[in-house]
Design a protein around this ligand. Structure first.
Ligand code: SD4
Length: 345
């Protein structure tokens, strides 16, 4: 039953937290601190390959650089690494043997750029940035994205390495397609899926979030997507609000795992909006994970989704459906921290 006393009490509390801006829209978030002096640069990213990526981003941040430059430089590391078979060059192909890449980037002013199903380009993140900076658009896909990249000086290369081609040919023998869980191999070896030749293939997207010395946030997300996907399939990673979202007043979030579930729940935007309501990063990630589980409780056991979030104060957290998700943290005190995320199961 409606309790008037309680309502008045909670309304009074809410009123004390609410601020009405000039548009008349109420916001529960106190304005983030603006003192540049108090901000300590920080970069976080998904999975253990995030450690090396963070180092490249840290080179930019520690020199007083912009978070946008840091995240671009950072995620270029796994993009160029042929041993990383879930991002960029050497990524696993789709079921037709084509490596198609998805990436997006977002800056402190809400500018964003994205490419999806892009072939033949080593650094889709840099093409995404160019879409953001040189065009009036947010997203380019497929042949159009490739044409744009080539016209802007990107080199055309073969992204399919012999190792990934071999894995694809092996897969073709059964051609069984089902989204697989993404498990951190070092932390969770036993859970490796059996249809892939080694659980190193079962890594995932890199999502990176950075806070620079000016207190500005940016993020980047890049992947070759789900191994052996249908040609033309696009996941959450290049979709602003799903695979990545930044609001410089609040924080940023990124995701990894089965992209379809993240898209259905507009995951990263949800995490940022929850932080706007006052949720700490880990709690916001957890709530977004719970939203996915509540919608599909029967399916939840079979899928992995992990969210990673960073708020304006430099607090961070993550949460996943399954065990095994980890994230890397790099700041002044510790350059190579790898933290296992809490999970529902
Ligand atoms: C995607 N989240 O494309 C990305 C990466 C992936 O299994 O494929 N994960 O959905």
């Amino acid at each position: 039953m409606f309790d008037r006393r309680k309502f008045i009490k909670s309304s009074a509390l809410t009123a004390s937290l609410l601020a009405i801006d000039k548009t008349g829209i109420a916001s529960v978030l106190p304005k983030a601190p603006t003192s540049a002096d108090s901000v300590k640069p920080l970069v976080i990213s998904t999975w253990d390959f995030g450690i090396a990526a963070n180092h490249a981003a840290w080179d930019v941040l520690s020199a007083g650089g912009r978070s946008l430059d840091a995240v671009e430089k950072g995620v270029q590391v796994p993009e160029a690494d042929p041993k990383n078979q879930s991002v960029g060059y050497g990524g696993m192909p789709d079921r037709d043997g084509k490596v198609t890449l998805d990436a997006c980037i977002m800056d402190e002013d809400g500018n964003c750029g994205s490419v999806a199903a892009l072939e033949h380009i080593m650094h889709p993140i840099s093409v995404a940035r160019m879409v953001m900076e040189k065009t009036p658009h947010v997203m380019l896909v497929g042949d159009g994205a490739l044409q744009f990249a080539l016209e802007n000086g990107f080199q055309k290369i073969n992204l399919l390495t012999p190792e990934s081609e071999k894995a694809w040919k092996e897969w073709l023998k059964t051609a069984k397609y089902q989204p697989v869980m993404n498990i951190e191999n070092k932390l969770y070896d036993k859970a490796a899926p059996t249809h892939l030749p080694g659980n190193q293939y079962n890594h995932d997207t890199i999502g990176m979030l950075a806070l620079d010395a000016k207190g500005n946030l940016s993020g980047a997300c890049t992947t070759s997507g789900m191994a052996f996907k249908l040609h033309g399939r696009v996941g959450d990673s290049p979709i602003i609000g799903a695979g990545l979202y930044i609001d410089n007043e609040v924080g940023g979030a990124t995701s990894t795992g089965v992209g379809e579930e993240v898209i259905r729940n507009v995951g990263s935007f949800l995490v940022v909006e929850l932080m706007r309501q006052g949720y700490p990063p880990e709690e916001a990630c957890k709530e977004a994970v719970m939203r996915i589980i509540k919608r599909k409780p029967a399916k939840a056991k079979e899928i992995q989704v992990g969210f990673l979030a960073l708020n304006k104060k430099g607090q961070y957290g993550a949460y996943a459906i399954q065990k095994g998700f980890s994230f890397a943290v790099c700041n002044e005190e510790n350059k190579s921290l790898l933290i296992p995320a809490k999970s529902y199961y």
